[in-house]
Write a protein that binds this ligand. Structure first.
Ligand SMILES: *Cc1c(COP(=O)(O)O)cnc(C)c1O
Length: 421
């Protein structure tokens, strides 16, 4: 996202963020719509270069909104959903039903029926008993891929070849469960076996773990004489939160992955399947920021300097959850970052922190606006009503201006499901 100070004000596509904050109120999620589209296009271009058959589905858990999904449809990108709520939201958009994949390690019968009725493209089956349930609940033949656990875990800085057997997701290759699952699906009356799916981690910044997994999976399928038409390699492509992170090199990474797939198939005399990707964070993460208004400033001599903002863990949980790190910028003027401080939320938890020990301008005071960068994924979608906080509004910005795509929750909505006797 190209944030720029123009005339001493932080801007996006030439629009002053302080104006947008004043119009829509804070806390506020602001997305660069152009960047979201561009990220989709980069994945598409990289896959087109490979000349393989491919599909891309956006992992909607990263950030769900009907307008965003409409944009995905325009960018020829499908959707992954894991719950009836995500499926419902997806069905309100212009994404075609047959571009939706239904995921989840514990789909309820109701969800399975809903997804069958809706005509989703395929199910990502995650357990042996789900095969029986799907087969029984489907009143016609449905397509499915099996989520396998290849026993490879990708971390930000390494991947472990034997890690992750202990996972609630997928069926273990090494323990023979994956093969059992495939045979069971092939025998099911109402399920078409399409292929396999794996997802080895998040914030993966290089291709080596994915390539090792592709090698392992294609060798294993070929050894067991199992043909597939789809290989779904999941998502997990990294984004830059701070200068310590790198954004996944989409062009080079996809080239390395698709080359590795072609080679693994060639080596095994195995026909090359369609490749599917499920990026979430890498589509929307860096394209989103959160705007807050500064309230209290508290100086505890020799201890800490707290700047509190008008949101917190209700719209920003990742610092409390993972000690995640973020960059911040003062919105309504540009000044040197010269004072060490902690930016805190307003909720009743000591852990409600946006960022500890960050240098920001010493002049920050009540009424200023702060921007927290790279909050486009897993922020709004993880937001809550803790302390009866209202879920913020969301705006999309292009060169043409800012448009609201989700309104701020209202006080009435907070209690609309309360029943008083
Ligand atoms: C979470 C998830 C994704 C998306 O992960 P990102 O890190 O947001 O890209 C894709 N596929 C599956 C199965 C997931 O669980």
């Amino acid at each position: 996202m190209t944030l720029q100070y123009i005339h001493n004000e932080l801007t996006l596509h030439g629009h002053r963020l302080s104006d947008i904050a004043r119009t829509s109120g804070t806390p506020l999620f602001v997305y660069d719509e152009t960047m979201i589209r561009n990220q989709c296009r980069r994945f598409h271009r990289a896959l087109q270069e490979s000349e393989l058959n491919y599909t891309i589905s956006y992992a909607s858990k990263a950030f769900s909104s009907v307008q965003l999904f409409n944009l995905m449809a325009e960018e020829n990108t499908g959707l992954d959903v894991v719950s009836e709520g995500e499926l419902f939201t997806a069905l309100q958009s212009t994404v075609a039903e047959n571009r939706i994949h239904f995921h989840g390690n514990n789909k309820t019968d109701r969800e399975i029926k809903y997804a069958v009725e809706s005509g989703v493209d395929y199910f990502v089956i995650d357990s042996l008993d789900e095969i029986d349930r799907l087969d029984a609940l489907a009143d016609r033949t449905v397509k499915a891929v099996l989520r396998i656990n290849p026993g490879v875990e990708a971390h930000t800085h390494e991947f472990i070849q034997t890690g992750q057997e202990n996972s609630k997701f997928g069926l273990s290759v090494k323990k023979g469960l994956a093969l059992e699952g495939i045979k069971k699906i092939q025998q099911a009356a109402h399920i078409d076996f399409m292929g396999v799916h794996f997802h080895i981690g998040s914030q993966i910044f290089e291709s080596t773990g994915t390539i090792a997994t592709i090698d392992l999976v294609i060798d294993w399928l070929a050894d067991n004489d199992i043909a597939i038409s789809v290989l779904n390699i999941g998502g997990g492509f990294s984004i830059k939160y701070t200068d310590d992170d790198v954004s996944y090199p989409i062009e080079d990474g996809i080239k390395a992955i698709t080359d590795a797939l072609k080679k693994a198939c060639e080596r095994n005399h195995y026909s090359v399947p369609e490749i599917s990707l499920e990026p979430g964070r890498s589509i929307v993460g860096e394209a989103g920021i959160t705007l807050y208004e500064v309230g209290t400033v508290k100086d505890i001599p020799d201890v800490n300097y707290y700047v509190s903002i008008d949101g917190g863990m209700s719209d920003h949980i990742r610092t409390a959850l993972y000690d995640a790190q973020y960059e911040l910028k003062l919105v309504n003027r540009e000044e040197p970052h010269d004072k060490l401080m902690t930016v805190a939320g307003k909720l009743c938890e000591s852990g409600d922190i946006i960022r500890r020990d960050i240098k920001l301008p010493a002049s920050i005071r009540t009424g200023d606006y702060l921007a927290v960068l790279s909050t486009g994924a897993y922020h709004y979608s993880m937001s809550s009503n803790y302390n009866q906080m209202l879920k913020p509004a969301v705006v999309f910005v292009t060169a043409a201006g800012a448009r609201e795509v989700i309104r701020r929750q209202s006080l009435e909505q907070l209690i609309q499901n309360d029943v008083v006797h």
